[in-house]
Design a protein around this ligand. Structure first.
Ligand SMILES: Nc1ncnc2c1ncn2[C@@H]1O[C@H](COP(=O)(O)OP(=O)(O)OP(=O)(O)O)[C@@H](O)[C@H]1O
Ligand SMILES: C[C@@](O)(CCOP(=O)(O)O)CC(=O)O
Length: 448
């Protein structure tokens, strides 16, 4: 019998810290989501004289990417049919290079990818399920299906990395921090190289560790690695970076306060983060020192927001009566009653001021971080019963919006038939703080 293993990793919403988190000195707050990316891996003896890795994503018009990997080609994956996926390629390259496996017995490694519905707009998809899981099947390839911005590429890089690590280290245990750190470091390198070295890595960190307060590592750790073609030298430096170097990254596990939850709404559009980042960086550089003042102010607001969530968290445990009154106020108590609670007022004021600063950057940089249609939508959300805050997560723009609401808030029924919310599809997902987990491979069989 062929032995399989399966892993899954969550999507993310960066609630505060967008853009600033690209600089290691600023903190961000990332919520991991119930929408997850899954990878099921099996290892066979190769039937020809090659080691092969084939990754299939049958949900997307039977997409598949097949690579031959050889030591004498410095483990650089060579596409069998010219079809390429940079995230998969860089995960294969870095895991093989790290383990430097003896490939005299040729392997045939197969990885099946499954992604939960929240990652992509669902128009025209068909559900297939078994008694454990259900997934949406699309008639188009992965690059043609609109995404919601939950970090599918980070999830993919993380599960493919975990799957391959499990092939070369059968004792892999994702409940051990040391093993998680190995996967995190390798997946960061792979994702960063595949993405063109622009991201802060918060998405890979959340895919691995779950909901976190995140401060990034120095980007030079990865950009200073030698060219891939450097072969052995690349391998030595990669192993040293992954095993020995202190990344000086802050990853502290967090959770939203009790009785609060995250609601995400897809606006069916999507934004290109790399283009937004390029515009913001050029605005920042052209407007120093004023732009630094804007960032410093944003940072104070972000820190205040993160701190106040912590205060709410302890209040829920220490003073449950007052906490219950706060939840009641949010559930339709009206503006005055909500703002009478200093912690709630603080959280709302922080978000209002953060949004104001991003509208200023939007105007001055030309990057659509909070375009006016989204301003109207977020403002409309703030009037709904049960809503504490409404933000554009991450890079902003036209990716899904994020609300923090009470657990009793019924956003769907309050917005149904209201033209202010015509553009929004509420996603069927919530926060789920856990990062990478091992799954049962049987749960992915016989989907109908
Ligand atoms: N289920 C999947 N199967 C195979 N490849 C996938 C899958 N999901 C995502 N990908 C890869 O990730 C790419 C999308 O990554 P991209 O970084 O643009 O979006 P994202 O990570 O979902 O969103 P964001 O960066 O806004 O959080 C796809 O083009 C594809 O290469
Ligand atoms: C703009 C940025 O800070 C956040 C991007 O977030 P998202 O991928 O749009 O959710 C970039 C990054 O941190 O990688």
């Amino acid at each position: 019998m062929v032995e399989s293993r399966a892993f899954s990793a969550p999507g993310k919403a960066l609630l505060v810290g967008g853009y600033l988190v690209l600089d290691p000195k600023y903190k961000s707050y990332v919520v991991a989501l119930s929408a997850r990316m899954h990878g099921v891996v099996s290892k066979h003896e190769s039937e020809d004289n090659h080691t092969r890795v084939t990754v299939t994503s049958s949900q997307f018009n039977n997409d598949s990417w097949s690579y031959i990997v050889e030591e004498n080609n410095a483990f650089f994956p060579n596409s069998v049919d010219g079809k390429r996926n940079p995230f998969i390629e860089m995960a294969i390259f870095n895991v093989f290079t790290y383990f430097k496996p003896d490939l005299s017995n040729k392997l045939d490694i197969q990885i099946e990818i499954f992604s939960d519905s929240g990652y992509h707009s669902q128009a025209g998809s068909v559900l297939k399920r078994n008694s454990f899981k259900e997934f949406s099947y699309h008639s188009h390839s992965i690059t043609e299906v609109p995404k919601t911005g939950l970090g599918s590429s980070a999830g993919l890089a993380t599960v493919v990395t975990a799957a391959l690590v499990s092939v070369f280290n059968p004792n892999l245990d994702v409940n051990r921090d040391q093993d998680l750190t190995l996967i995190h470091n390798l997946a960061q390198v792979a994702h960063c190289q595949a993405q063109g070295k622009v991201g802060s890595g918060f998405d890979v960190a959340a895919a691995t560790f779950g909901s976190i307060m995140y401060q990034r590592f120095d980007p030079r750790l990865i950009t200073d690695l030698p060219e891939h073609s450097a072969g052995q030298i690349y391998g030595q430096q990669l192993r040293s970076l992954v095993n020995q170097v202190d990344w000086k990254v802050t990853i502290e596990r967090v959770r939203l306060p009790d009785q609060l939850r995250l609601v995400m709404g897809d606006v069916n559009s999507g934004s290109e983060t790399t283009k937004l980042v390029a515009k913001v960086i050029s605005w920042y550089n052209a407007n120093l020192p004023r732009s630094l003042d804007v960032y410093e102010e944003l940072n104070c607001l972000n820190e205040e927001f993160i701190k106040t969530l912590g205060v709410l968290n302890s209040l829920a445990a220490k003073d449950p009566n007052r906490y219950a009154q706060m939840m009641e106020a949010l559930n339709g108590g009206g503006y005055k009653r909500i703002m009478a609670f200093s912690e709630l007022a603080k959280l709302r004021n922080c978000i209002n001021c953060i949004r104001e600063n991003f509208r200023l950057i939007t105007k001055e940089s030309g990057a659509d971080i909070e375009p006016s249609v989204q301003t109207e939508l977020l403002d409309a959300c703030m009037w709904l019963d049960g809503v504490l805050t409404a933000v554009l997560p991450g890079a902003g723009g036209y990716d899904a919006i994020s609300l923090i609401t009470t657990k009793d808030a019924d956003i769907r029924s309050q917005t149904e038939g209201n033209s202010a919310f015509d553009a929004v599809t509420w996603l069927d997902l919530s926060q789920a703080d856990i990062g990478l987990v091992e799954e049962n491979p049987i749960h992915y069989q016989d989907l109908k």
